[in-house]
Design a protein around this ligand. Structure first.
Ligand code: SF4
Ligand code: SF4
Length: 131
């Protein structure tokens, strides 16, 4: 009885494996020729960090908590920057920002063969344009 059951299980496994094998043979590649073709992005895809620089108070919390050191905050210059390829999309900076001005965008950083540092500077000049 046990032997018959084991034999049936073996046949079922072969059947399942053959099904998968045939499906993959006729499906074609699951990968796409990135960046020429791109896969659909989902709402919660972790693409890249964006900042609403006008709301930033340059407290440096994101800079201190980033596990890879990708963010640099320069309070004196009202500047915030991120080394894109150093970021691992953990979203920790988004969680710790007291002003909620960081967001995880679902679009990836474009491919690059070098470092990519994006810098944002807050315009603090309050002088009237007519002066
Ligand atoms: S934690 Fe938020 S408010 Fe503070 S420096 Fe970073 S982005 Fe700006
Ligand atoms: S998502 Fe993570 S790795 Fe990327 S900048 Fe924020 S804290 Fe750093």
């Amino acid at each position: 009885m046990i032997l018959a059951y084991a034999g049936m299980e073996k046949h079922m496994s072969i059947l399942r494996m053959s099904k998968t094998l045939f499906k993959n043979l006729f499906h074609g590649p699951y990968t796409v020729l990135y960046p020429i073709k791109q896969k659909e992005k989902y709402v919660h895809t972790r693409g890249k960090i964006t900042i609403d620089i006008d709301d930033c108070i340059f407290c440096g919390m994101c800079d201190r908590r980033c596990p890879t050191g990708a963010i640099k905050v320069e309070k004196g210059n009202s500047a915030w920057s991120i080394e894109r390829l150093q970021c691992i999309q953990c979203s920790y900076c988004v969680e710790v920002c007291p002003k909620k001005c960081l967001k995880m965008d679902n679009q990836y950083t474009s491919p690059s063969n070098g470092k990519v540092r994006d810098e944002f500077i807050k315009c603090t000049n309050t002088q009237s344009l007519n002066e």
